[in-house]
Ligand binder design. Structure first.
Ligand code: MN
Length: 604
C-alpha cells in the first residue's frame, strides 16, 4: 500500500527511503491543492461580481493583477491561517460589490499589499500595469501604517499623509476603506490589544471618512464593528436583546408593510420594501444620548421603500406622492420629517424620511428613495459619478472634495493644526442657510457669519464687517442656525484682525485666514528687516550674523524672523540699536560683567 502511494510521487526524497516523510508530503500537497482550489473559486467569484456590473469588461487586466499578486504573496499566510491572497481578493470584492468601482480599482485592490509586503517595487507595478494603477498602489503603500503612532505629532503627520494621498486620487481612500472594512470583519484573529487600537482608529478616522464619502452602509458597519471590539460586553448584551425580539419584530413588519405593498402596487410602481434593523452601535448611541433603556428605543425597525421612478415625472415629486400614499394609511409624526430630496446632504445623500404611527401605536421610520437615490446612499461617491451627466451642477460632494484639495494646496506648516482643522470639518454636520436671493447653502454646524462670508468668496471674507441675519444686524462672530437668511456686509477698508481666527470654525475660512496672516507677516517682517538694515548702515555696520545675534540677545528673541517681524510691527524700540553698537569700552565691559554673572556672583 505504502509502496503504491509513494510510487505516485516520484520525488527526490524517495531515495532516502523515508516513507513516513512521503505520507506527510502527500498530505501537504493535498492541503495545498485544496487551498489553490479555494483561491481559484474566490477569484472566479470576483470575476462574476465584476461581469454583473455595468463596467467595461476588462477581465484580462484583473486576471493579470490576480496572477501577479497570487504569485507575489505565495506561501504567506494571514494570522487567521488562511493564504494571504484571500485578503486582497476580499478587498477587491468589496471594491466592486459594495463601492461599485471598476477594473482599475479592482486591480489596484488585488495589488494593494504587494509593495508593502513583498520585494516588488512601485516601478515593477508600473511596468506591468501602467502609471495609474502604480500610483494608486503607491498611495496605498504610503498610508499602510496605522494612523495612530505612539506620538501625537506622528499621528498628525500620518493623518495628513492619508488626506494628502486621498486628494491625489479619491480611489486611494476608497480602496483603503475597503481594506479597513475587511480587516475589521476579520479582526477576531488579532490579539486583543491590537483589536482595540485598530477599532479605535476605525471609529475615529475611517467611519467619518466613509460617511463623508457617502458610503453610508459601510460607515454603519465600520462603526458597529468598532463598537464590538471597544465595548465587547455591551455589544453582546445588545445583540442578545435584538435576537430575542426578532420574532416579534418580523410579525410586526409583516402587518405594517402589507397595506403599503398593496397601495404601491395599486399606483403601478415597481418597488422593493426592505426592513432595516438598527445596529447595536446605533441603538447604544441612542440609549446613551437620551438616557433610555433598550425597550424605549422605538426606531429599532425602519422601512425602506425603493421605487423605480416613472419616466414622465421628477423623482422628487414621486417621493412626495408616495409620501402622501403612505400617510393616507398611517398617521405621520408632524416633527419627524426629513427632506433630503429637495436639499441633498453634503455627502450626496438623497431621500425622504418620515415617521408614521404603525399598528399598536408604534412609531416607524420610513425612508422613501428612488433606485438611483438608494444606489448613491449605499455606495456613495462611486455611484455619484455614475449618475453625473456633466451638465448638472457640481454636487455638494464635489464641492467638499474640491475644498479639501484647496486646503491641501496651502497646507499649514504645523501638521497638528492641520489635523484639527480638517477633523473639524470631517465630523461637523451641516446646517442650511439662505442667501438674500433665496439660494440655499450648506455650511458646517457652528459656523459663524464670518465663515459664511469666506464660503461665498475669500475677498468677501477678508473685507467682512458684519452681517444681517434675518434682517437683523449681527457681529462677525454670530453663530448661524439652520434656516437663517444671511446677508454679508463688507467694506473695502476692512482687513482681517487677529481675533478673527477665534470666530471661524470651517477649514476653508481657517485656511484662508492663516494664509492671509502668513502673507501679511512676511510683508511686515520684510519691512522690519529693511528698517534694521538701514539703521545698521547708518552706523557703518553690516547686517551679518554677529550683529544679528547681538540684536537677538539684546531683545531676548530667538529667531531672526521674529526680530524682523516685531521690528516691522513697531513692537521694538529700535533706538536701542545705536547705543548697543556704540564702540565704547564701557558698554562692552558692562555686557562682559553681565555675561559672567557680575551682579549676582552665585557661581562663586
Ligand atoms: Mn491590506
Amino acid at each position: 500500500m505504502k509502496e503504491q502511494e509513494a510510487g505516485l510521487y516520484p520525488l527526490p526524497w524517495r531515495g532516502f527511503g523515508g516513507f513516513i516523510h512521503a505520507t506527510t508530503m502527500q498530505k501537504q500537497e493535498e492541503i495545498l491543492s485544496e487551498e489553490d482550489k479555494q483561491i481559484q473559486q474566490e477569484f472566479e467569484a470576483l470575476v462574476q461580481d465584476y461581469l454583473a456590473t455595468n463596467h467595461r469588461k476588462k477581465v484580462e487586466l484583473i486576471t493579470k493583477a490576480f496572477n501577479f499578486a497570487n504569485a507575489a504573496h505565495k506561501g504567506i499566510r494571514r494570522r487567521s491561517g488562511e493564504p494571504y491572497i484571500m485578503h486582497p481578493l476580499a478587498v477587491a470584492r468589496i471594491v466592486v460589490n459594495e463601492i461599485g468601482m471598476g477594473s482599475t480599482s479592482i486591480s489596484a485592490a488585488l495589488l494593494h499589499d504587494v509593495v508593502e509586503d513583498t520585494d516588488y517595487t512601485v516601478e515593477d507595478i508600473e511596468n506591468l500595469f501602467g502609471k495609474k494603477i502604480a500610483q494608486i498602489v503607491d498611495g496605498l503603500t504610503k498610508i499602510s501604517g496605522g494612523v495612530f503612532g505612539s506620538q501625537a505629532s506622528s499621528q498628525a503627520e500620518n493623518f495628513r499623509k492619508l488626506i494628502l494621498t486621498m486628494s491625489e486620487d479619491v480611489r486611494v481612500i476608497l480602496i483603503k476603506i475597503a481594506d479597513r472594512l475587511h480587516n475589521m470583519r476579520t479582526l477576531d484573529s488579532m490579539p486583543p490589544a491590537k483589536q482595540y487600537k485598530i477599532a479605535g482608529e476605525t471609529e475615529y478616522i475611517y467611519a467619518p471618512l466613509a460617511h463623508r464619502l457617502g458610503l453610508f452602509r459601510i460607515k454603519t458597519e465600520l462603526e458597529n464593528l468598532s463598537f464590538k471590539y471597544e465595548h465587547p460586553e455591551t455589544f453582546k448584551m445588545l445583540e442578545e436583546k435584538l435576537a430575542v425580539d426578532e420574532d416579534n419584530r418580523n410579525r410586526f413588519y409583516q402587518e405594517f408593510s402589507k397595506p403599503i405593498d398593496e397601495k404601491l402596487r395599486e399606483m403601478g410602481y415597481k418597488f422593493e420594501l426592505k426592513a432595516r434593523i438598527k445596529t447595536a452601535y446605533s441603538i447604544w448611541n441612542k440609549m446613551s444620548k437620551h438616557n433610555i433603556p433598550f425597550e424605549e428605543v422605538y426606531d429599532i425597525l425602519a422601512m425602506r421603500i425603493i421605487f423605480e421612478p416613472k419616466p414622465d415625472m421628477s423623482e422628487q415629486s414621486q417621493c412626495w406622492m408616495i409620501y402622501s400614499a403612505l400617510t393616507s394609511i398611517y398617521r405621520p409624526h408632524p416633527e419627524r420629517i426629513r427632506d433630503w430630496v429637495s436639499t441633498p446632504k453634503a455627502n450626496g445623500y438623497e431621500a425622504l424620511h418620515v415617521t408614521v404611527m404603525g399598528p399598536g401605536g408604534r412609531w416607524v421610520e420610513v425612508q422613501i428613495r428612488s433606485v438611483r437615490m438608494d444606489d448613491i446612499a449605499e455606495r456613495g461617491v462611486a455611484a455619484h459619478w455614475k449618475y453625473k451627466t456633466g451638465e448638472t451642477d457640481e454636487s455638494e460632494l464635489d464641492k467638499w472634495l474640491r475644498e479639501i484639495k484647496e486646503i491641501l494646496k496651502h497646507p499649514e506648516p504645523d501638521a497638528i493644526d492641520f489635523m484639527d482643522t480638517f477633523k473639524l470639518n470631517l465630523f461637523a454636520s451641516e446646517i442650511f442657510v439662505f442667501t438674500p436671493k433665496g439660494d440655499i447653502k450648506t455650511i458646517a454646524q457652528g459656523a459663524s457669519a464670518l465663515d459664511f462670508a469666506f464660503m461665498l468668496h475669500s475677498d468677501i471674507g477678508f473685507h467682512c464687517i458684519g452681517a444681517k441675519v434675518n434682517h437683523k444686524l449681527v457681529p462677525l462672530s454670530h453663530k448661524l442656525d439652520s434656516g437663517d437668511q444671511v446677508e454679508i456686509l463688507t467694506s473695502k477698508k476692512q482687513k482681517p484682525q487677529p481675533e478673527w481666527e477665534d470666530y471661524v470654525v470651517t477649514a476653508h475660512a481657517k485656511a484662508r485666514l492663516g494664509e492671509w496672516f502668513r502673507r501679511e507677516n512676511r510683508r511686515t517682517a520684510a519691512r522690519g528687516k529693511q528698517k534694521i538694515a538701514e539703521i545698521l548702515a547708518g552706523l557703518n555696520l553690516e547686517m551679518n550674523n554677529t550683529n544679528i545675534v547681538r540684536l537677538l540677545n539684546h531683545y531676548h528673541i530667538v529667531e531672526p524672523q521674529e526680530l524682523y517681524l516685531r521690528a516691522g510691527q513697531e513692537a521694538l524700540n529700535l533706538d536701542d540699536i545705536p547705543k548697543l553698537f556704540k564702540p565704547k569700552g564701557k558698554n562692552v565691559f558692562t555686557r562682559y560683567l553681565k555675561l559672567f554673572g557680575g551682579g549676582g556672583g552665585q557661581d562663586g
